[in-house]
Design a protein around this ligand. Structure first.
Ligand SMILES: Nc1ncnc2c1ncn2[C@@H]1O[C@H](COP(=O)(O)OP(=O)(O)O)[C@@H](O)[C@H]1O
Ligand SMILES: [Mg+2]
Length: 249
């Protein structure tokens, strides 16, 4: 589904991504881990078209999407959520998702007139699937941080993604909120067959859900493999963990 090869991003002489590779099959959940500044967010920005790579290639569903603008990539079924919450605070939960559904169907301009009656069924279904149905008519800005992140995922679903990219989905969450996000991601993967690429600091979370893990350090991908293989890899332990075992429950 996704193949990233020899990707680099040069910011005024600084190589934030310096030869990263990644490969993802349909239905897989893959985690990218690595210390702060390793280049994870930059890598995701390159894949989703927010940044243009300096060199390297990105193929999605067999097609070269390197350098294509973000809106075109979203239309191909590659969607993302951000490290920082990205919603319309003054709209209701329902309206936030409805905007995404309408915009996919190219009806955005009528949102505040007859379009209110449009896409209602699809929007309701999405809210039900992520567990936000009871909050449909709450103002989004009043939601807890955890619920806002779930809303962000619901907005992504409005774009009908095949591949969902999530930058630190549990950043700033309480343990309870992290648990809710984890089970939602499992549900998206198991029940809806969504392919997921995410980066995350919480190792318990990574080892609980990832089919494979890719480790980044200083812009490079140093390994991609099954969790058990990554955990015992000497290079990973030295580079990423200062020689200690990756600790996880
Ligand atoms: N727009 C930018 N201009 C210059 N340097 C950047 C820019 N974005 C990120 N960087 C640098 O690239 C490196 C990787 O950052 P980032 O991709 O955010 O890492 P991570 O998400 O793994 O913490 C960091 O050293 C960061 O300061
Ligand atoms: Mg980051």
């Amino acid at each position: 589904m996704l193949q990233v090869k020899s990707l680099t991003k040069n910011f005024d002489g600084f190589m934030a991504v310096n030869g990263a590779g990644l490969s993802l099959e349909k239905g897989q959940v893959i985690a990218v881990i690595g210390p702060n500044g390793a280049g994870k967010t930059t890598l995701f920005n390159l894949i989703t078209g927010q940044l243009a790579p300096t060199s390297g290639t990105i193929r999605f569903k067999g097609e070269d999407i390197t350098g294509i603008p973000p809106y075109a990539i979203v239309r191909k079924g590659l969607c993302r959520s951000y490290q920082v919450v990205n919603i319309f605070n003054r709209l209701t939960v329902f309206e936030n998702v409805q905007v995404a559904v309408l915009s996919r169907r190219k009806h955005t301009f009528n949102l505040f007139s007859n379009a209110r009656r449009m896409a209602v069924n699809e929007t309701s279904r999405i809210l039900e699937s992520v567990g936000l149905k009871d909050m449909a008519h709450s103002i989004s800005g009043s939601l807890s941080h955890g619920d806002q992140k779930v809303l962000e995922i619901a907005i992504s679903l409005g774009n009908r993604p095949e591949l969902l990219i999530m930058d630190e989905p549990t950043a700033g969450m309480s343990p309870e909120e992290t648990e809710v996000t984890l089970s939602l991601m499992k549900k998206l993967s198991d029940e809806m067959g969504l392919t997921i690429l995410f980066c995350e600091h919480d190792m318990n979370m990574v080892f609980a859900i990832a089919h494979e893990i890719m480790v980044m350090q200083q812009g490079k991908s140093i390994i991609q493999g099954k969790p058990d293989a990554v955990r015992v890899d000497k290079q990973v332990q030295e580079a990423y963990l200062g020689g200690d075992d990756i600790c996880y429950a």
